[in-house]
Write a protein that binds this ligand. Sequence first.
Ligand code: B3K
Ligand code: ZN
Length: 871
Amino acid sequence: MSSKQHETIYLEDYQPPAWLISHTELRFELEEEQTLVRAQLRIQANPAVADKRKPLELFGDEGMELSRLCIDGQILEASDYQREAGCLRINNVPESFTLECVTRLLPHENTALEGLYKSDGMFCTQCEAEGFRRITFFPDRPDVMSIFRTTLVADKARYPVLLSNGNPVDTGEDGEGRHWVTWDDPWPKPSYLFALVAGDLALLEDHYTTTSGREVALRIYAERKDLDKLDYAMQSLKNAMRWDEEVYGREYDLDIYMIVAVDFFNMGAMENKGLNIFNTSCVLAHPRTTTDQGFQRVEGVVAHEYFHNWSGNRVTCRDWFQLSLKEGFTVFRDAEFSADMNSRTVKRIEDVTLLRTAQFAEDAGPMAHPVRPESYMEISNFYTLTVYEKGAEVVRMLHTLLGAELFRKGSDLYFERHDGQAVTTDDFVAAMEQVSGRDLSQFKRWYSQAGTPRLQVHDDYDPQSGEYCLTVRQSCPPSPGQDHKQPYQLPLSVGLLAEDGTELYTGMLELTEEEQQFRFDNIARRPVPSLLRGFSAPVKLEYDYTDEQLLMLLRHDSDGFNRWDAGQRLCIRLLQEQMLRYRDGLAMSCSEALVIAWRQLLTDESLDPAMVAQCLRLPSEAQLGELAERIDVTAIHEAREFMRKALAQALEQEWLQAYQRCDTGDDYTADAEAIGRRSLKNLALSYLMAAGREPWLELARQQYEQSDNMTDQLAALTLVAHSEFRETADELLQAFYQQWQHESLVMNQWLAVQASDPTEGALQRVNSLAQHPVFDARNPNKLRSLIGAFCGQNLASFHAEDGSGYVWLADWILTLDRQNPQVASRLLTPLTRWKRYDQGRAAQMQAQLQRMMDTAELSADVYEVVSKSLV
Ligand code: B3K
Ligand code: ZN
């Protein structure tokens, strides 16, 4: 048994704060061996809370040394306060007073990367969700908002740049080579938005004029060697600022907007007020070192963090159960931004693929929780696909139900009504209710019920009367703590197509009941329904399509998303058939109808290459697993590989032509059109490689050697590295290492390519990579590239029948848990799905979870996931 008991926090126990902090003044003495933090808090009893005799309780990490505590200048004796389990309690305090507190921190020893830590020699912070309590004692909860004034003192030569939130208001020299800067943030904010950075950083500067004429300095900081990789982030930032003004009427509210790139970071980026801190992987971009995917991620994350300035910072969360209030909304906002900047349909396809593959799996697993969870042990475990991606789908449904105009009125009302407040998802929905006059109480079940709803659709057609009827049944499987679900309100976007593809009806149906019928008159012939267009709700839709109907939709549906989806449905069905044949020891085969349909797509030069590439991509092994009752890793892998090869060989000439057509030799640009062309080109190359003939290996090698951009170089490398041509694979991997060993982000890709290589001996390879000098087990990006890629993308190897992959992962988790619990807990996810696998694998996965459970001293992060998975 784990010796430590971890407490569960419940939404229903929420109490408003007893104490408020109007002003927070911080002084950081940053030194090599330690940092002293002097905090002065102006504290008042909260007039809205009745019980004024409550002691003052502040959060503070157990490991933090308290070296001085004063109230209104009076030093407190040890007997005046108690420290226990992450809390400091002071009895008998006045109604209003100043608390002074000095803490001593050891940032260089902070491997959890929460609170104040060092990344490659620079100081930086990560406070969301509860990192501020590792810096000083504080009511570290989002509903306590305070005005911060921060002074940083540090050695000038080592740390010439000293940054915090807001505007710099004073600066000076302190003797002995030390200097200081004071920053003032005029906007009250919760402590999770506090940030500081101290380092020797280079800077790209630009400026932006808001619609109302405010001048904003834009500064992106990074290590000097990365200065040439900041232009794209800067352009993305300016685009995002303009977009938020045009689409949401939201302007920026400070004189400076800063982004700092750091290499050691647990997540993608953080929206600290006026001082975003970014994982280098989400801000640095250069054609030579960054793939198209990387560019799009930079654009999306820069926008996401910027949009938080309103959806998150100006209006924040009352408590962490409301996390989706800011995250779901902001993901919806950044998705719409990316859709406007690039191809809307492609963006939608990518997002839905992520949702179907990973969020649906989360919703079906032991950690399933509602978009607004009801309880947690460790809030870091709830920065999930459900809170983010499903949360965004919930906001999207509101947008669909209300229409763009009312939704905008609702968001205006929400921002205006709650500016400067810490609120709830109910407040967000209330604003939408008020502007639309609609009762959204049923809709709110999307926030409180977990699980992926299922829609079963049947139809009837009466040729005599011309009446067509759709019957829709909705249900939702049980999830932890929720056995029965109430029906949801959701928009079901529908088209009815004649057999030749003519559109007979287009519209939006609204579901509210468990079973509902929708009738359509004057339909001359039995139509083919195009259902859930644009993925209008995050559900699993079942309708008994024939292959012919799917092929017709793939060709003619006016909804681009559903055109793609029809093709995917067909592929999934055909793959599932082959999986059964493989299991029964029968020969697998590839449908001729599919080959014909793909040939048509591949040779039609009028089509958008990006869409063609999406349509000709087989669903991933992970997605096929999510769809399976019981996941048969080997059958999925074999069936998919068979199909890939069959389609490769059947269309070899067409793949080559498509490759040549898309290989334009133009200079690299990161716009949607060029990205689409490269994606079709590299997809074609992947099928050519799957065809397995020498000339295509040469073509891949040529692309590897001649490309001037990382997208093409890495695509070629990956294909060769994952092929049976081991000699060339080793040669190119070695060449790649030689070329890029000094580019940390490129080396992450190099690790990931090898970790996801499904060929024989994968575990041995990752084991030796873990000893390689470019690998650093303290850097979360490296861990994700090696461990995350092996366990998440190399499914056949991770799930090796002897259980070696599971033991390997569990060993890592146990080591990492002592160092960085957040990262350990996240990497653990694949093991939590043990119930979905065959008995042999399930038992071995469960045994590894049990081994972790039996370990003394698990962090709350890992304990929560392990214990819930074992139930
Ligand atoms: N709000 C941060 C996430 C912080 C996670 C802390 N464990 C990034 C974002 O969603 O924008
Ligand atoms: Zn966010």
